[in-house]
Design a protein around this ligand. Structure first.
Ligand SMILES: Nc1ncnc2c1ncn2[C@@H]1O[C@H](COP(=O)(O)OP(=O)(O)OP(=O)(O)O)[C@@H](O)[C@H]1O
Length: 286
């Protein structure tokens, strides 16, 4: 993970942001509290990896930041627009104009009968990019992602890695504020994963903001910023080469898994907290 300062708020603000986001689902067996007060910022022009064990809330958060769902409580915004005030139609318009989406399975992102160039032209029309501009952008993206030789090929004539690179190119046409990807390397082998992550890096260098949910250590390693969820909250963040624990607005501190193990904390555990000149020390209570 490169140690450099991330541009966050800038004049236009972050690509997306959540404050105190709660998502509760109703199920036949009662309520499921999938997100329990999440505060995150997705910086502009960087790749943010969203990690965490199964059931920790990654998909729930991804759906909210992709404007596919609204929080039960708390504030969420994409491209500076709050999701709370938007109707279903408003959410659709926000998705079409400001969010690109990439599914895990390359074939889910593409249409069998369209060539690579036609996919990008269609995305340009949906985002209302003037035709000449869209063609120029498509040529540029095909070159940047090493797909120029595939411009007139259909998905069936491309490898899985090429298809996934085309999915990212398609998501980026018209410069949406945020590209959201759900396990984008999940179906790729190691060599193809490296090519895809290089492509994502090339896109972020041109200002694209990417948020990807992933279990893949290679994807986390390639990201500029990582958010690790545990049981519906942010357990820690990796930023500028440092691991940051999060203290929420009510003073609750989430500790990383290895710190919990060192404290022998399983379930609710009382610990000793000392404030020293060097910092705050948390110790196992003996
Ligand atoms: N529509 C739903 N109705 C009821 N419960 C749900 C719904 N969607 C998710 N959940 C529950 O919310 C919790 C978080 O689920 P979520 O899918 O966000 O986790 P995840 O980290 O993406 O998991 P995975 O890595 O397995 O996809 C889980 O307990 C899940 O069973």
């Amino acid at each position: 993970m490169p140690a450099e300062t991330l541009p966050t708020a800038g004049a236009a603000g972050p690509a997306a942001r959540c404050e105190g986001v709660v998502r509760i689902y109703s199920s036949p067996t009662g309520e499921v509290h999938a997100l329990k007060g999440v505060d995150v910022t997705v910086p502009v022009g960087r790749t943010t990896a969203l990690t965490g064990p199964s059931g920790s809330g990654k998909s729930s958060l991804l759906r909210i930041l992709a404007a596919q769902d609204r929080p039960t409580a708390g504030h969420a915004e994409v491209a500076g627009r709050s999701l709370a005030g938007l109707s279903a139609r408003g959410l659709r318009a926000l998705r079409r104009r400001h969010i690109g989406y990439v599914f895990a399975r390359p074939t889910d992102n593409l249409l069998r009968h369209l060539t690579a160039a036609e996919h990008l032209a269609t995305a340009g029309r949906l985002r209302r990019v003037p035709r000449g501009e869209a063609r120029e952008e498509a040529d540029h993206l095909l070159e940047l992602l090493h797909l120029t030789a595939r411009a007139h090929h259909r998905p069936g004539e491309m490898s899985g890695g090429e298809q996934q690179r085309l999915a990212f190119a398609q998501a980026v046409v018209g410069r949406p504020a945020l590209v959201v990807a759900d396990e984008p390397t999940g179906e790729l082998d190691t060599a193809t994963t490296h090519d895809l992550l290089d492509a994502v890096r090339a896109l972020t260098r041109t200002g694209t903001s990417v948020l990807m949910a992933t279990h893949d250590p290679l994807a986390v390693e390639a990201a500029d910023h990582a958010l690790h969820l545990r049981s519906g909250t942010v357990a820690h963040e990796l930023l500028d080469g440092r691991r940051l624990a999060v203290v929420d607005a009510d003073g609750r501190l989430q500790l990383p898994d290895d710190a919990l193990a060192a404290l022998g904390a399983t379930g609710t555990t009382r610990v000793v907290v000392d404030t020293t000149p060097e910092g705050v020390v948390v110790r196992r209570a003996t």
